[in-house]
Design a protein around this ligand. Structure first.
Ligand SMILES: NC(=O)c1ccc[n+]([C@@H]2O[C@H](COP(=O)([O-])OP(=O)(O)OC[C@H]3O[C@@H](n4cnc5c(N)ncnc54)[C@H](OP(=O)(O)O)[C@@H]3O)[C@@H](O)[C@H]2O)c1
Length: 309
């Protein structure tokens, strides 16, 4: 099969689109014919070796921890899925991923794919949707009637977060770049702040119960956002290395997403019910993964990219 792999850590030139052995479904696994994988910003840091202690890789490594595809082989002990099922999942980040024609996936991280969306688009949902869900419901413990500010709301995680927060009954302020103002406004947010027109430090006009920070902010901006949280409120960041020194009496959480098939199935239900929109900015051939990494590192990537083998 064709796969993108790297044989050592390095810049994007280590990514090779090459022949690789097709995996088989081991115990507890299914073999998935990949319809698409998704690019995530952390892929660049993993490939560069910055996260080698958190995610030790064995080489050659196939990246791509988000998958959407079709089950073609079922391993021993798997009863939840059959050949032909269309599935999505957030795969273990330290194992071979879905930047390939086939991936052997643990069955217990998979959910049935949405039926009312293109299977390739559904690769955009697993890790980003789970991050949004866990940030709001596990870390911020968001309640109906609360006020939430999402910084970086135009991105992959942010798009899901504002929709899920609106569904939960929160009043959402979304801080976005100019290209995302109109789309994010359609997600039911109370206020959209274009960060090129209004500094993020002015975005909190009344104290909020929670901030979800998804953007690489300066320590000064992070402090200003924290200062907008009411006493007893919470500031949740997903950004690796973000400032996490609390200001005043607030809870500060630096979170890391985990795979959860039942939460993912809940997100799929929302997509099928029309309550959660997926937004894919670009669908590209898998062979372009190296250029996607380069564009991300250069700050030239905007919105979710899915890659089709
Ligand atoms: N800890 C975890 O478990 C976890 C899980 C998922 C993601 N993450 C991290 O969370 C962050 C968001 O992920 P993502 O997939 O949503 O990324 P993404 O799709 O690239 O979105 C990032 C968003 O932040 C915006 N942004 C960039 N600079 C900003 C600034 N200075 N102020 C305000 N907004 C700014 C971008 O706007 P423009 O496009 O207009 O530049 C973009 O909409 C990334 O750092 C990612 O690595 C962490």
């Amino acid at each position: 099969m064709k796969a993108v792999r790297y044989h050592r850590y390095g810049d994007e030139s280590v990514l090779r689109h090459e022949e690789a052995e097709r995996p088989t479904a081991g115990e507890g696994q299914v073999l998935v014919r990949v319809a698409a994988t998704a690019f995530n910003p952390v892929d660049v840091a993993i490939r560069a070796g910055y996260l080698s202690s958190a995610f030790p890789l064995s080489f050659p490594h196939v990246p791509g921890f988000d998958v959407a595809g079709t089950v073609v082989e079922v391993g021993d002990g798997v009863t939840a899925f059959s050949s032909g099922d269309e599935v999505i999942g957030f795969l273990p980040m330290d194992r071979d991923g879905a930047a390939a024609e086939f991936v052997a996936a643990p069955a217990d991280v998979l959910a049935m794919a949405p039926v009312r969306a293109a299977l390739t688009d559904a690769a955009s949902l697993p890790s980003a949707g789970l991050t949004a869900w866990q940030a709001l419901h596990e870390h911020a413990q968001l309640q109906s009637g609360q006020r939430l500010l999402v910084n970086g709301a135009g991105g992959s995680v942010g798009g899901y977060a504002v929709q899920l927060a609106h569904e939960a009954g929160a009043a959402v302020t979304a801080v976005v770049g100019p290209r995302d103002v109109d789309r994010v406004r359609r997600y039911g947010v109370e206020r959209v702040v274009d960060r090129t027109q209004e500094p993020v430090t002015d975005a909190v006009d009344v104290p909020v119960d929670a901030v979800l920070d998804l953007a690489p902010v300066s320590p000064a901006d992070a402090a200003a956002l924290m200062a907008g949280v009411r006493p007893g409120g919470v500031y949740v960041t997903t950004v690796p290395g973000a400032p996490v020194e609390p200001v005043g009496d607030i809870r500060v959480v630096s979170m890391f997403v985990r795979s959860d098939a039942s939460q993912l199935a809940g997100l799929v239900q929302r997509v099928d019910a029309g309550r959660l929109q997926m937004h894919v900015a670009e669908t590209l051939p898998l062979g372009e993964l190296a250029s996607v990494h380069a564009r991300s590192a250069g700050g030239q990537l905007h919105g979710k990219v899915v890659l089709v083998p």
